[in-house]
Design a protein around this ligand. Structure first.
Ligand SMILES: [Zn+2]
Length: 298
């Protein structure tokens, strides 16, 4: 059916092979596999040693972030191939001295459930269906009912102790943190990659709210505050702190506390999730300055 015309994994793969055809220097690989066995795409652009990492679609309803990262990849690659400037810097110079890693869709199983409903490829589909009354339209979690952005090792136990009060007693559409940190194949693969590559900066794209989060429990690594302010100036978004329940176990939380390097959550666009495909161009326009400048921040 494809509810809302969103980005499923097959559309992502099509778009990546199209981009690879246009820009052969784009590296397209695989980060690992999802719970239901789907490949998680990993894209690399550039030849530098210093890297940044941008991650989209932690959450099923937030597939528009995949489209945003693909627009960015295309615009950046085009600027490199046409030897144009980005934010006043030669794009091919950025290409030679930086490496940009993109994980456009960390949670392909969750996106599949949200867009297409009950997923025959998922061995747990009947159990998952019971947790949401057969309606997957608000599905945020992965293919095992774990909310990936609560599954990282930062404040995991604190959040776990709050789950009962939030009405969370196990896997379901949203906010269940899992049995232990990195229990899910998607988060385990991403964390292993981060430990190996040690990116200098991290940006995790979510929707929505036009906000930038830069701290973990009040801690902001060196340069994190200044960069957040710069990102706010480039986008018109505001630097804020997430609501209480969203404060723990996120990718940015783990990255910031583990590596003491700047990491950000970018809440793209404004409206009701899932933001419709019709808003993709406008939301991209709002964060384009942040994305294009991001590799120049290191
Ligand atoms: Zn999200």
């Amino acid at each position: 059916m494809n509810r809302g015309g969103g980005y499923t994994l097959s559309r992502l793969e099509e778009k990546l092979s199209d981009l690879k055809g246009k820009f052969p220097f784009l590296d397209v690989g695989c980060l690992g596999k999802s719970f239901a066995g789907r490949e998680i795409s990993l894209v690399g652009i550039g030849e530098g040693k210093k890297s940044v990492l941008l991650v989209g679609a932690h959450h099923g309803m937030e597939w528009i972030t995949t489209g945003l990262l693909l627009r960015y990849a295309e615009e950046y690659c085009r600027a490199v191939s046409e030897k144009r400037k980005i934010s006043g810097v030669d794009a091919d110079r950025i290409y030679e001295t930086r490496r940009v890693f993109l994980v456009p869709m960390l949670n392909p199983d969750g996106v599949e459930l949200q867009i297409n409903g009950a997923d025959p490829q998922n061995p747990l589909v009947e159990t998952l269906s019971e947790t949401c009354g057969g309606d997957f339209s608000h599905w945020q979690a992965n293919g095992r009912g774990v909310d990936l952005n609560h599954n990282y090792n930062a404040g995991f136990e604190e959040y776990k102790s709050k789950e009962p009060a939030l009405g969370i007693f196990g896997g379901g559409p949203t906010r269940f943190s899992g049995e232990f940190p990195e229990s899910e194949p998607e988060t385990a693969a991403l964390c292993a990659f981060i430990r190996r590559e040690e990116p200098r900066l991290l940006l995790a794209l979510h929707t929505q709210g036009e906000e930038i989060y830069a701290d973990y429990n009040g801690y902001i690594p060196p340069r994190g505050g200044a960069l957040a302010a710069r990102m706010a100036a480039l986008s018109g978004y505001r630097v804020a702190r997430p609501e209480e329940a969203a404060c723990y176990g996120g990718l940015k939380d783990w990255f910031v506390s583990e590596f003491r390097r700047p990491g950000f959550t970018l809440e793209c666009g404004k409206g009701v999730n899932p933001l419709p495909v019709s808003q993709e161009a406008a939301v991209y326009a709002s964060i384009r300055g942040i994305l294009l400048s991001f590799p120049t921040f290191i």
